[in-house]
Design a protein around this ligand. Structure first.
Ligand code: SF4
Length: 452
């Protein structure tokens, strides 16, 4: 089978960090951060500014195994010079400015493509750094040609692998990396080296400008007008939301969304979630990228109890600790705790102790259940008297919830589920298989559908 061509941009990523190349090229994870958006804007502006004098040309060559689009190709003194435009600053020191290694590889690869296409030797490429308004010359010498060849060869090897390369040793690269929210370098270092940097990045990638749009009123609908979502209420004027400002859309109850609006969300990788009347999750259309390699690794890891049990234990222990802490705090009083309250807290404590040493997932489920029963037994005690008796709790019930407390719980669980689902899908994992509960293949599981 013919190997697909590598993009020159992927060689730039490879020179930056092998893991970045793998995530983008092999796992097809793309997440544009502010810098990426700014870079795209720059290319549009250059094209607008330079008008007809610019040729942004697409090249590909099967022999080299690469393809790419040169920003600008100019002829100077009878020779052709490819230009690459960058938003940031150049490398080197004042008076001795140079192109970054990644940009050298990129312009070197473009030079080879132009050479093969036009049949003329290219001796020089140029990189324009807009932040310091400097154009740096890059010699297309033998050394750079060898480096480009080595990068292509390494990229091909990585493309065949099902293992993600490790995170880079140079942590400063991660700070500016657009894929840090899904690569999770701090977590990866924690997992492999036991290193806790104390400041783990947020698991759920935040949309740079995105807001969550909740459409709650029955009979309201979300439609599309150009690049805007239009929220139409029954008695309210239409609200127009530029799609660039939307992070995700949540449709509650019987609110509607049109096919045209769904298409716009799918095109922009914006998740759409449906919640039932009580806030229970019904389904999701979520942005992700399919990757057989990633799912294979996930399924392999999740079929090994040596990996899943410690994770499940930590999860249950964290939940029980949190329940105990909250129960103790909200039942504190000057008269001391009633005997029944103290006994329920003791049961959570005991479940916590046992869960920390559980030898099997079924055993953990038992301890989690014991803790949950004791916690919900305490719930009436934890509801403040200031609420005037409007909030009562006589046990957990759902679908439909029969009191206000259960309605709030159902709604909050639904929102939490949506956040967790989004986070799982955003890092490219399959949400149907986890490390604790057995996979559910039918019944009441909410559907999710991935935007390809
Ligand atoms: S976050 Fe760091 S390790 Fe991960 S892809 Fe980016 S640069 Fe590489």
């Amino acid at each position: 089978m013919e190997e697909s061509l590598l993009s020159v941009a992927s060689l730039h990523a490879l020179a930056y960090c092998e893991r970045l190349f793998y995530l983008e090229e092999v796992e097809q994870l793309k997440l544009a951060n502010a810098a990426v958006f700014a870079g795209r804007r720059l290319h549009v502006e250059i094209a607008q500014e330079e008008g007809d004098t610019v040729e942004r040309l697409e090249f590909e060559n099967g022999e080299l195994g690469i393809r790419g689009a040169v920003d600008v190709l100019r002829t100077r003194g009878g020779t052709m010079i490819p230009y690459e435009h960058k938003r940031g600053k150049s490398a080197g020191s004042p008076g001795a400015r140079e192109a970054w290694k990644t940009d050298q590889i990129q312009i070197g690869a473009y030079a080879l493509l132009v050479e093969h296409s036009h049949g003329v030797p290219i001796e020089e490429g140029r990189v324009r750094y807009h932040a310091d308004n400097i154009t740096v010359r890059v010699a297309i010498d033998q050394e750079l040609r060898t480096q480009v060849g080595a990068a292509i060869s390494r990229a091909r090897t990585l493309r065949e692998s099902i293992e993600r390369p490790p995170v880079t040793d140079n942590e400063r690269l991660c700070v500016k990396c657009s894929l840090a929210p899904v690569c999770l370098p701090a977590e990866a270092r924690f997992a492999t080296e036991g290193r806790d940097d104390g400041d783990l990045i947020r698991l759920l990638p935040q949309h740079p400008q995105g807001q969550t749009v909740h459409v709650m009123e029955n009979g309201s609908s979300v439609g599309r007008s150009g690049h805007q979502l239009v929220v139409r209420g029954r008695d309210e004027p239409d609200q127009k939301l530029p799609i660039a400002d939307v992070g995700q859309v949540v449709i509650h109850g019987y609110a509607q969304i049109t096919t045209q609006a769904l298409q716009l969300c799918a095109e922009r990788g914006i998740g759409v979630h449906w919640l039932g009347f009580s806030g229970s999750p019904v389904g999701s259309l979520a942005p992700s990228a399919p990757s057989a390699q990633r799912h294979l690794r996930q399924f392999r890891a999740l079929s090994d109890s040596a990996q899943t049990l410690p994770l499940a234990r930590r999860l249950v222990v964290a939940k029980l600790e949190s329940q105990l802490r909250y129960a103790l705090r909200s039942t504190r009083s000057e008269e001391g705790r009633a005997q029944s309250v103290a006994a329920a807290c003791d049961r959570i404590r005991d479940a916590l102790r046992r869960a920390a040493h559980a030898e099997a997932a079924d055993e953990l489920l038992g301890h989690e259940g014991t803790g949950a029963a004791a916690y919900f037994e305490l719930m009436p005690t934890m509801i403040s008297d200031d609420l005037g008796g409007e909030f009562t709790f006589e046990g957990r019930n759902r679908q439909p919830p029969r009191d206000r407390v259960n309605a709030i719980l159902g709604y909050a669980y639904g929102m939490l589920y949506r956040e967790a689902l989004q986070a799982i899908i955003a890092v490219g994992l399959h949400p149907g298989v986890g490390f604790y509960h057995r996979p559910r293949s039918s019944g009441s599981s909410p559907f999710f559908c991935v935007i390809a």
